[in-house]
Design a binder for this molecule. Structure first.
Ligand code: NAD
Length: 258
């Protein structure tokens, strides 16, 4: 019995920059279970990286579409293109965030109005903007999953403006879940543990964070791309059909510790 039922489904995966990206882990798993994956990218460099990675997946139905989440025009164009090519969208993986490096390095009190707004726009409002543009194409059992981090709930050294953006992202996720639930659409967040990716490079003292989690987490180790990908598959699939508006931690249990 196929409990997942993602074969032949059209899933949009946003945020693959390279093979280390959390979104790439999800995309690999999605292709393995037979889903069609539509990748979106912001930079030409990422497009090249995605196309290179897809060289090993030629037998799969995929597409690569430009989408800068800071631009309503770019988002609208991307989803019109995806809608025209694929018709229905069954799921979206929103794995996108960005803040200015100085807003992570400086004292939090130094955060500028522009830096605050930029982090919110890219990392939190983008989930609303994407859901809105995708809405006409979403199936009546569609599932949207976004990636968050513990910095949404706790003050974590060096996470600063991004922690505030993740708090807004999780709240936006809940409001979207309440709103889109009337259409049968589910919206959830996965709060991933620390994983060494391009985005993580911007977080000062990342190595210390990894060490602390490895020592403190109930499982006494860090999580990885595969574990986050597997839970994302669950949240996209019918296995989680009774779950919406939740933040699911995939962090070796670190968040429960004092
Ligand atoms: P990553 O750098 O591989 O992915 C971030 C992606 O965001 C990149 O592909 C980048 O191109 C994209 N992006 C940034 N601005 C954009 C824009 N304006 N338009 C479109 N795309 C844009 O790093 P990652 O760690 O895989 O991050 C993915 C998500 O997971 C992020 O939301 C991040 O905050 C979250 N997360 C990461 C960790 C970690 O430790 N790596 C932990 C928890 C949550």
């Amino acid at each position: 019995m196929d409990l997942i039922q993602l074969a032949g489904k059209n899933i949009v995966v946003m945020g693959v920059a390279n093979e280390r990206s959390i979104a790439w882990g999800v995309a690999k798993r999605l292709m393995e279970v037979g889903a069609n994956v539509i990748f979106t990218y912001r930079k030409e460099r990422s497009k090249g990286k995605i196309e290179k990675l897809l060289a090993d997946y030629e037998a799969y139905k995929t597409a690569v579409v430009e989408c800068d989440v800071n631009s309503d025009e770019s988002i609208a164009k991307a989803f019109e293109e995806i809608g025209a090519a694929f018709g229905t969208i069954h799921g979206i993986v929103h794995s996108v965030a960005f803040a200015h490096a100085e807003d992570l390095k400086n004292r939090f009190v130094e955060t500028t109005r522009e830096g605050y707004a930029f982090a919110q726009d890219t990392s939190a409002y983008s989930l609303v903007a994407v859901s809105k543009a995708a809405k006409p194409y979403l199936s009546e059992d569609a599932s949207i999953v976004t990636m968050s981090y513990l910095g949404a709930d706790r003050v974590l050294d060096g996470y600063n403006v991004m922690g505030v953006a993740k708090a807004a992202l999780e709240a936006a996720m809940r409001y979207l879940a309440a709103d889109l639930g009337t259409d049968g659409i589910r919206v959830n967040a996965i709060s991933a543990g620390a994983i060494r990716t391009l985005a993580a490079k911007g977080v000062p003292s990342f190595n210390q964070i990894l060490n602390k989690i490895g020592e403190t987490a109930p499982l006494k180790r860090n999580t990885n791309q595969e574990e986050v990908a597997d839970m994302t598959i669950v949240m996209l699939s019918r296995l989680s059909r009774g779950v919406t508006g939740e933040t699911i931690y995939v962090d070796s249990g670190y968040n429960i510790m004092g």
